[in-house]
Write a protein that binds this ligand. Structure first.
Ligand code: HEM
Length: 135
């Protein structure tokens, strides 16, 4: 299994642990539901998506008997997905307690980084699954 694939699975489990702690804190302290966006996106973009990226990179090319189009792009996607997620949720969380518009701008910026990482995954998978068979 490629290292970046293992890394995707490792961080997805870390995000699940973190989001569960935030979920429990929201149950105990309802005023913390201002962090519902953080909890839900740690779950959906962290736990669920990163697990799907890891399992998808490993299994989908094998389903069609092909090599992944680009491991390098997969590694870059790993970093963009994590920087985008942590940056977006970090800036959003600070923005809940600090009205400086900088944090809104950073939240949007890191959201775009996350979207670019999603586009890289999409391209790598489509280019792998629909590649012409070698003659
Ligand atoms: C220990 C585990 C978990 C706890 C204690 C927990 C707790 C919570 C709490 C307290 C809320 C806010 C509810 C409200 O007042 O509106 C919430 C929202 C949410 N949770 Fe969790 N959660 C857990 C795991 C998960 C998982 C595994 C997922 C998805 C894979 C998830 C997805 C969501 C989503 C999408 C929302 C937003 C729902 C909405 O906006 O209506 N949670 N969770």
């Amino acid at each position: 299994m490629d290292k970046f694939v293992k890394n995707f699975i490792g961080v997805s489990i870390l995000y699940l642990i973190l989001s569960s702690v935030i979920g429990i804190l929201m149950l105990a302290y309802p005023q913390l539901t201002t962090l519902k966006f953080v909890h839900s996106h740690l779950n959906m973009l962290g736990w669920v998506s990163m697990m799907i990226y890891g399992v998808g990179y490993h299994i989908l090319p094998r389903f069609v008997g092909k090599k992944l189009k680009s491991n390098r792009l997969g590694e870059i996607q790993f970093w963009l997905a994590n920087i985008g997620l942590v940056g977006m949720l970090g800036a959003y969380s600070i923005g809940q307690y600090n009205t400086d518009p900088l944090y809104k701008t950073l939240t949007v910026f890191f959201g775009v980084v996350e979207a670019v990482s999603i586009a890289f995954f999409f391209y790598n998978m489509i280019a792998t699954l629909f590649a012409e068979d070698a003659a």
